[in-house]
Design a protein around this ligand. Structure first.
Ligand SMILES: *Cc1c(COP(=O)(O)O)cnc(C)c1O
Length: 394
């Protein structure tokens, strides 16, 4: 059996009739932008998250950028971001004219390490963006304590964490603003690009509605220099079909995660994901760690199991930030993590048989790795858990 890393068509196959009907409804309505579907989706998603306002925009990257701009963050400012994240978190900051400042991840959660925040704060710092990477909630209490002490806004990047809970409360209910992506592969995915910001702050919501539509909510009256970033009616209608299933699909992800965690526990040289005591994760990705990651991925591929790396290059080492940011060695934890992480197949549409196949392949690949003398020669420290090799002070 082969197990693809992701099967993007599976969600549509399950919901085909409802999605077709929703799309048809929009096509025949004659309203394609800023119409009833957007209005209904915004109300439904705000209710799901437990916030007063939801403003839907063109993408997750735009959601982050516009949330920052709604808070008047721009040129001359700094925004603290995780060193280990998808580059969109950084690019959204750069797009406002502000400078992203990297903070190293925690070794176990891979999320921003709150203990490293204070040293990154300068007089120019305006906000912190914790990312709930892989669907695992970051430690918001610790982040907010630092933010309060220094008068900073907290804008969450929840692009991978729809429905996740922190200490029992949904992500997005305790900070200034929270950005989501509806990219097709996300836990709540459209059939194209999309994003949203949720907030309890009336003024922030109003600014966002202006920013996404040329600075205007009344035709041809332009209050601020906005842009064009709107979720279209077709995508909103598709998301309205999927939203009622989000909790069930997240539960299906959690069931896959439980099987991986129990059936692959204790494999030598493999670190399984850590779930923090405050976290109800939504398993956007299931990420393991191995000092021999690339070999492990090849061995899994040879057994028909697709994997991906999230992410192979930390933003500060990508060409986009070369020259403007400290390079190699400046974020050693993030750099080491990016060399060692490997994402196993994960999603609501993996069958029991698929999971059986992944578990068997991982066991076999690890066994083969242990038996291969060339492996040992080429990587003498391999086999140690990554935490054991990390300097205690790092
Ligand atoms: C997907 C993602 C984004 C960007 O969302 P888009 O809709 O693709 O623009 C931002 N941050 C993180 C962590 C993401 O995973």
């Amino acid at each position: 059996m082969t197990v693809p890393f992701l099967d993007p068509g599976a969600a549509y196959a399950e919901l085909r009739d409802d999605i077709d009907a929703a799309v048809h409804r929009v096509l025949t309505s004659g309203r394609y932008l800023l119409g009833p579907e957007i209005e209904a989706f915004e109300a439904e998603y705000a209710a799901y998250c437990g916030t007063r306002h939801c403003v839907a925009v063109g993408s997750g990257c735009d959601a982050l950028e516009l949330a920052l701009r709604a808070l008047d963050i721009g040129p001359g400012h700094e925004v603290i971001v995780p060193a280990h994240t998808f580059i969109a978190t950084w690019l959204a900051v750069s797009a406002t004219g502000a400078v992203p400042v990297a903070v190293e991840p925690d070794e176990r959660t891979y999320n921003l390490d709150p203990a490293r925040l204070t040293e990154a704060i300068t007089p120019r710092t305006r906000a912190i963006i914790p990312v709930h990477l892989y669907g695992q909630p970051a430690d918001l209490d610790a982040v907010q304590a630092v933010a309060r002490r220094h008068g900073l806004a907290v804008v969450e990047d929840a692009a991978q964490a729809h429905g996740a809970r922190y200490r029992g409360a949904r992500i997005g209910t305790r900070t200034t603003a929270t950005a989501f992506s509806f990219y097709p592969g996300k836990n709540l995915g459209a059939l194209g690009d999309g994003g949203a910001v949720i907030t309890d702050d009336e003024a922030v919501a109003r600014r966002l509605r202006l920013l996404r539509n040329y600075g205007s909510t009344v035709k041809y009256r332009h209050e601020i220099k906005g842009t064009n970033s709107r979720l279209d009616e077709i995508q909103a209608a598709v998301l309205r079909v999927k939203l009622p299933l989000l909790d069930e699909w997240n539960a299906r992800r959690a069931a896959v995660a439980r099987r991986y965690l129990t059936e692959c526990a204790g494999l030598p040289g493999v670190t399984m994901p850590y779930v923090a005591p405050w976290a109800d994760p939504v398993w956007h990705l299931f990420v393991i760690r191995s000092a021999r990651r690339d070999r492990l991925a090849r061995r899994l591929a040879a057994r028909g199991v697709g994997t991906l790396v999230h992410y192979p290059t930390p933003p500060h080492l990508s060409p986009a930030y070369a020259g403007s940011h400290p390079g190699e060695g400046s974020c050693p934890r993030a750099e080491r993590i990016s060399d060692e992480v490997l994402s196993l197949p994960m999603g609501p549409h993996l069958s029991e048989g698929h999971v059986d196949a992944v578990v068997a392949a991982l066991h076999a690949a690890v066994r083969e790795q242990a038996d291969d003398p060339s492996d040992r020669r080429s990587a003498p420290t391999d086999g140690d858990p990554p935490d054991a090799r990390a300097p205690a002070s790092a």
